[in-house]
Write a protein that binds this ligand. Structure first.
Ligand SMILES: NC(=O)c1ccc[n+]([C@@H]2O[C@H](COP(=O)([O-])OP(=O)(O)OC[C@H]3O[C@@H](n4cnc5c(N)ncnc54)[C@H](OP(=O)(O)O)[C@@H]3O)[C@@H](O)[C@H]2O)c1
Length: 262
């Protein structure tokens, strides 16, 4: 198998579970050395990363910080810098979902909280990592957005608005850093059955199925493969784009009204 990320070094947030864990595995499989970021030190996570290292022969270095702890983030980036590996790739994956409240009922502090994690923390981390990339005059940044940013979704006003802001910020960053040889893109997954949606109303989720051309939800590996493409040199002329990875979800056919709780 051709390794698409040989000699590349990646920083991936939310590497301990869900889509981030899958991205970490596919990156290791393709020869990247990975700074696998998780919120808290955790022996099970370290063991899991060791298993991946051995399986694929790639280096995986766990790094710990809470996204909203600015000082902790700076320390983590210092730690990354101290390893003296030029960072080629940043995947802004970690995030939270809202509590499915309608716009008319949504407390402002909930919207702020979601933006803190899903927008401002990613912005801060990207600024810090960009400084490392700009020295090398190359790099690829991939945000994990959502089709919610393009179509709306149930009653998640804050999440939809935040992911749309991520798309716009991504595009502006791509414009600013293109001349430094850095590409910035986003993957917009459709529904993927991770912990993030485990509390979602099952009827609401199932109501989406008929609107998906492939008639099924996506897997974490399918999202990770799209991130791999955008991160790799295969996408060397792709920047400023939002790539839908959603099995052909056709919003007009989806019954996404939801009730009071979704
Ligand atoms: N699943 C879907 O259907 C779907 C669809 C579209 C887009 N997405 C996007 O895909 C990305 C990954 O989602 P997922 O489904 O893999 O979610 P997940 O299984 O819930 O995983 C979320 C990850 O983000 C980390 N995280 C959350 N808040 C954090 C914080 N404050 N500081 C540090 N780490 C934090 C979590 O760490 P802990 O384990 O410590 O909590 C975990 O590693 C998100 O950006 C999400 O919006 C998901």
């Amino acid at each position: 198998m051709e390794k698409l990320l040989e000699n590349k070094c990646a920083v991936i947030t939310g590497a301990n579970r869900g889509i981030g864990r899958a991205i970490t595995e596919v990156f290791a499989q393709h020869g990247a050395s990975v700074f696998a970021c998780a919120r808290k030190k955790n022996p099970a996570f370290e063991e899991d990363m060791n298993v991946l290292e051995e399986k694929y022969g790639s280096s995986i270095h766990p790094v710990y910080f809470e996204l909203c702890d600015s000082e902790g983030m700076k320390e983590a980036v210092k730690e990354i810098r101290s390893k003296k590996k030029p960072v080629d790739i940043l995947v802004n994956n970690a995030g939270i979902l809202s509590g499915y409240q309608r716009f008319s009922m949504m407390p402002l502090q909930d919207v702020r909280k979601l933006f803190d994690v899903d927008f401002f923390a990613q912005m801060e981390l990207t600024q810090l990592i960009l400084r490392l990339m700009q020295r090398n005059k190359k790099g690829s940044i991939v945000y994990i957005s959502s089709i919610a940013s393009l179509d709306g979704f149930f009653s998640s006003y804050d999440y939809v608005a935040c992911k749309a802001a991520v798309n716009a910020a991504m595009k502006q960053q791509a414009r600013e850093v293109g001349q430094s040889g850095i590409r910035v893109n986003a993957v917009a997954p459709g529904i993927v059955q991770t912990d993030m949606i485990k509390d979602s109303d099952k009827d609401n989720l199932n109501s989406i199925l008929p609107a998906i051309m492939l008639q099924r939800f996506g897997t974490v590996q399918e999202i990770a493969n799209a991130v791999l493409f955008l991160a790799s040199d295969l996408a060397s002329y792709v920047t400023g784009q939002v790539l839908r990875v959603d099995g052909g979800t056709n919003p007009p056919r989806a019954n996404w009204q939801g009730g009071e709780n979704g």
